[in-house]
Design a protein around this ligand. Sequence first.
Ligand code: HEC
Length: 123
Amino acid sequence: MKLSVLLLLIALLFLFLVEIPAQSKKELTYTKDVAPIIKSYCLPCHLEENENPSGLALDNYDLLMKGGNHENTVVVGKPQESNLYLKILPNPPFGKQMARNKKKLTDEETKAIYDWIAQGAKK
Ligand code: HEC
């Protein structure tokens, strides 16, 4: 009887240890989390075939990581230095807040961009 209670407790503890880190460490990827945001807010302006003054094409991961004229588009691990993040905030370091005249990103989407860069900007 006592042994089965103990085993149950150990099983519960095990579940907790497995579950909690899995939830708090939700890893963001370009494909799953960032590309859909870019697609709905930043295109077609930032397509390679469009002439846009920033020199920033956002068609795919490689072009995004290559960056625009001001460089530092994505500084891996450092969202506070990344123009991709700074430009979606009010009062960016240069030019206008993105997505310019279109609608702004929600707080959740803005945070997703921040977290994605902070986590290492995985593809
Ligand atoms: C209506 C067209 C348009 C849309 C939509 C748009 N941009 Fe831009 N973007 C521009 C133009 C024009 C510039 C250059 C002028 C400026 O910096 O304000 C620019 C500049 C930038 C730059 C600076 C690149 C560099 O190195 O010079 C970044 C970063 C950027 N945009 C990100 C985004 C992101 C992220 C989105 C979507 C959330 C977005 N833009 C949506 C037109 C657009």
